[in-house]
Design a binder for this molecule. Structure first.
Ligand SMILES: [Zn+2]
Length: 260
């Protein structure tokens, strides 16, 4: 009986991870995210839509099963591992997609008015606009005075850092407590219950430190670059000001060479 459940768990794990990997592969290959030109084209032509829909539905089913059903027949450790594996595949797949298809809007030059900037140098304690990528001044509603973005676009890096560490602690502490408790002789059933509870808590809370620390890391990357290139000297910005010359179609050249 135990062997059959173990086998069932292995088969389900392979199916879930396989379906999620396949879906992320397809998403990364064809840039299948709402609003991208590739997706729009696909929706217009309707070609190959059915298999893609089937793959994505299968993966969504797998994710839902992994999160909400699998704990009923997995060991707590196995379930947490499964959920983390699913999250890992999604994160890596999305990263690959973003590398392959960088958002053209993200690269477009943002107009910065000098009077809206509080500091051209990185300063952890000053608000920073996610959109303008500068320490812009907050307006009356704590939004960005330069792009008029809402409050959510502005963040103070030092606040993100502290909140990130605090939330990471909140997520991990119950796990550590259960680990300590498990060193004493506690009955198996109680232990499984505690692991499941703390694992569930971890999964609910772990999103917060990820968001905070991701935002802090984005600012950090910008700050490092700004320290290397003070405002106005970054070669990447200078390039953007002058649009690159149109790409010459080399095929014509090759053809005329052949004709000669
Ligand atoms: Zn802004």
């Amino acid at each position: 009986m135990t062997i059959s459940i173990a086998l069932l768990n292995i088969i389900i794990t392979v199916l879930i991870l396989g379906s999620v990997t396949l879906a992320m592969f397809v998403i990364a290959k064809f840039n299948l995210v709402q609003g991208t030109p590739e997706t729009k084209k696909l929706l217009e032509t309707k070609e190959n839509l059915a298999p893609l829909k089937a793959i994505c539905s299968l993966a969504i089913g797998g994710v839902v099963y992994a999160f909400f059903v699998a704990w009923t027949h997995f060991s707590p450790g196995g379930w947490i591992g499964l959920v983390l594996a699913v999250l890992g595949i999604i994160l890596v797949g999305d990263r690959i997609r973003r590398k392959r298809f960088p958002d053209p809007k993200a690269k477009s030059k943002r107009k910065i008015k000098e009077k809206n900037v509080a500091s051209w140098d990185p300063d952890e304690t000053k608000p920073w606009c996610w959109h303008c990528q500068e320490h812009t001044r907050p307006n009356g509603k704590n939004g960005c005075s330069n792009c008029r973005g809402s409050y959510y676009r502005m963040n103070v890096p030092i606040g993100d850092r502290k909140a990130g560490y605090g939330c990471a602690g909140c997520a991990v502490v119950p796990l550590v407590i259960v680990l300590c408790v498990s060193l004493f002789g506690v009955s198996r059933d109680v232990l499984i219950g505690l692991w499941a509870l703390s694992g569930f808590w971890f999964l609910i809370v772990v999103g917060f430190p990820i968001v905070f620390l991701y935002r802090y890391r984005t600012w950090m990357k910008w700050a490092r670059r700004r320290q290397q290139y003070p405002y106005g000297t970054d070669p990447e910005d200078l390039e953007e000001e002058e649009p690159p010359p149109p790409v010459v179609d080399k095929r014509d050249g090759f053809l005329s060479d052949e004709e000669l």
